[in-house]
Write a protein that binds this ligand. Structure first.
Ligand code: URA
Ligand code: CA
Length: 435
């Protein structure tokens, strides 16, 4: 089969077959199809879309372009979770230990942060000594012993996605539902879990800015997972405003630990973490329904089992477990700088994208894939959307190491706050559940 013919058929809006999609994915992964042809296929897909069945076939072909992790030797129901990426989104560090404490088997591979969104691995690596690199044997052993591991995804996992993603990034083909859905789901399928809970973000800080597009993406990913025999639920959550109040790597670890230690009850990060965990436990048959699952997760939080599990995980991955009791062991920035309100009024919104970019300017994130991050810097929000604030009140604190980065970050952060002269009602946090 000639690649040019496949490109032409996709260009003309036809659906490709299983065999054709496999030929494209394998050729992209092993380099036998040149980048210009892969790119033409991606652009044709971007413009013409794919049928549901075709998207599922593409996902499977991508997953099978590299190593597939076999979790079948592990006891229990293997669960996984994916967030489409947000700001101050540390749910994995809260819910992975909670789910494990409730009896689920959490063998999780995660990614790094890019742009204004953070990555779980970068956050975890701010814990002194902790490593996210493990051999397959170490990974499976750890999960067998303590029920949870969160490690880095290796280049052998879904090489077709690495190729596609790199090209999409520079050819304006990222925001396509079949391409995002197959990219996310191929990695989830290749990582081996039976139960997959998706947190699909919607709003200014998300890939999908509207509820309608977020719903389409969520439905597509749930459909793919179902077709491939997985238990699926997607929760659509707000990402107009940052999820947590702490943005930056060690700062987000701090917030996750504080939540597991019983603080911040009722905050958005607490709420989304418990909701996702509830769905996970329900799909894994460790709870009757999502409400019961959430109650079980809350109990594991209240009685300290989640925090103990996090400590076990940190220690199993070479980190200093005392950090869960002594947050001063986390790296701290050299100085802090407060941002104060320059007026009275209500906070109408806090632009997640702008806050994420401010944290990135301070050194918390990467503009390019191989930029080095500073684990200690970032932003702590002191107010939430909907809150009434008086002039002079501190609304955010920046944690800084390089003062020359401050002016740019400060300006972005100040512009993130949208004001109102009258009372405002922020968006609901949990927008929809797709299952
Ligand atoms: N995250 C992914 O892994 N892939 C995409 O295409 C978009 C977000
Ligand atoms: Ca310290």
């Amino acid at each position: 089969m000639r690649t040019v013919d496949l490109i032409q058929r996709k260009r003309d809006g036809e659906a490709l077959t299983d065999q054709e999609l496999r030929s494209l994915c394998n050729g992209a992964a092993d380099g036998t199809i040149p980048d210009y042809q892969v790119t033409a296929f991606l652009m044709a897909t971007y413009l013409k879309g794919m049928t549901d069945e075709e998207t599922a076939l593409l996902t499977m072909a991508m997953a099978e372009s590299g190593e597939q992790i076999d979790l079948s030797s592990l006891p229990g129901v293997k669960v996984d979770k994916h967030s489409t990426g947000g700001v101050g989104d540390t749910t994995t560090l809260v819910l992975a230990p909670l789910a494990a404490a409730c009896g689920a088997t959490v063998a999780k591979m995660s990614g790094r942060g890019l742009g204004h969104t953070g990555g779980t691995l970068d956050k975890m690596e701010s814990i002194p000594g902790l490593t996210t690199k493990q051999t397959r044997e170490q990974f499976l052993d750890q999960v067998r012993k303590i029920g949870v591991a969160v490690i880095s995804q290796t280049p052998t996992l879904v090489p077709a996605d690495s190729k596609f993603y790199g090209l999409r990034d520079v050819t304006a083909t990222v925001d396509s539902i079949p391409l995002i859905a197959s990219s996310v789901m191929s990695k989830k399928i290749a990582s081996g879990a039976q139960v997959i809970v998706l947190d699909v973000k919607t709003g200014r800080g998300a890939f999908m800015k509207t509820l309608e597009d977020s719903r389409k993406l969520a439905r597509s990913m749930v459909d793919i997972g179902r077709r491939l025999g997985r238990q699926m639920t997607a929760v659509i959550t707000d990402m107009d405003v940052p999820l947590g109040n702490y943005i930056g790597n060690a700062l987000e670890v701090r917030e996750a630990i504080e939540i597991l230690a019983g603080k911040h009850a009722g905050t958005p990060l607490w709420e989304v973490s418990l909701t996702l965990c509830g769905h996970m436990l329900s799909l894994a048959d460790l709870a009757i329904d999502p409400t019961d699952g959430r109650a079980k997760a809350e109990e594991a939080l209240r009685n300290g089992a989640g925090l103990r599990k996090l400590r076990e995980m940190i220690e199993a991955q070479g980190g200093d477990g005392r950090v869960v009791e002594d947050l001063s062991l986390l790296p701290e920035a050299g100085q802090t700088d407060d941002l104060s309100a320059d007026r009275d009024g209500w906070i109408a919104s806090i632009d997640a994208l702008a806050v994420g970019e401010a944290a990135m300017r301070l050194g918390a994130g990467r503009a390019k894939k191989d930029d080095v991050i500073d684990p200690s810097v970032g932003v702590v929000l002191k107010v939430r959307a909907g809150q009434k604030v008086s002039r002079g009140e501190v609304i955010a604190t920046m944690h800084v190491n390089e003062p020359n980065r401050l002016p740019d970050a400060r300006e972005r952060l100040a512009n993130a706050f949208k004001w109102s002269d009258s009372v405002v009602h922020p968006h609901a946090l949990i927008r929809e559940v797709v299952s």
